[in-house]
Ligand binder design. Structure first.
Ligand SMILES: O=P(O)(O)OC[C@H]1O[C@H](OP(=O)(O)OP(=O)(O)O)[C@H](O)[C@@H]1O
Ligand code: HPA
Ligand SMILES: [Mg+2]
Length: 179
């Protein structure tokens, strides 16, 4: 285990099984439809790559980069679009792929943007959910795990851009961000 990790919450094997389950569920629900899958960079890049391999439906993939955390463990509350989509969402069934929903600010901002661009339907899949920290009322359509109120890293999730490459999800030691 990495020296900055206090505890592993979900192992690589557990996550892989969960992602396959989510892919199966989405495949069943979207049978016969043509989905536009939107990866919210950077955090969702690993989850997205594994998830689409578990989805057996026609789909297109696009990326959007937003950021609200910077070098902190608390949302700044201001969501910035750093890279916008290439594919128009108007009239499309859209699935937003997130790694984690924490305050909910990133997602509520994104949903608002896609609604204003007249997407036909908008669904959300997140691997991790921290409902205890929500400041806006928001429920994902598909979710992997509910997390305790602790800052986690790994499987795409970072602290100050580090730890995204850990294959598991772990709680970051407090001393890493408190000094
Ligand atoms: O529900 P919220 O409180 O808005 O937090 C969740 C968002 O925060 C993280 O992104 P971040 O802004 O850190 O950018 P990153 O994906 O590049 O790490 C994470 O990947 C989610 O997109
Ligand atoms: O717990 C977290 N870890 C990493 N990034 C995050 N963005 C929101 N919450 C988290
Ligand atoms: Mg981040």
């Amino acid at each position: 285990m990495h020296k900055d990790i206090q505890e592993i919450l979900f192992t690589e094997e557990e996550i892989q099984l969960k992602v396959k389950e989510l892919g199966k569920q989405i495949t069943a629900d979207y049978a016969g439809r043509n989905l536009l899958v939107i990866c919210v960079l950077k955090g969702a890049f690993i989850f997205m790559a594994d998830l689409v391999k578990a989805m057996d439906i026609p789909l297109e993939i696009d990326f959007m980069a937003v950021s609200s955390y910077g070098v902190t463990t608390k949302s700044s509350g201001v969501v910035k679009i750093i890279k916008d989509l290439d594919i128009p969402v108007e009239g499309r069934d859209v699935m937003i792929v997130e790694d984690i929903i924490d305050s909910g600010l990133t997602l509520s901002y994104l949903i608002d943007v896609l609604e204003r661009r007249n997407a036909l339907s908008i669904a959300v899949v997140t691997l991790f959910d921290k409902p205890a920290r929500r400041t806006v009322d928001l429920e994902p359509d598909y979710k992997g795990y509910t997390l305790p109120d602790a800052f986690v890293v790994g499987y795409g999730l970072d602290y100050a851009e580090k730890y995204r490459n850990l294959p598991y999800i772990g709680i970051l030691k407090e001393k890493v961000y408190s000094n």
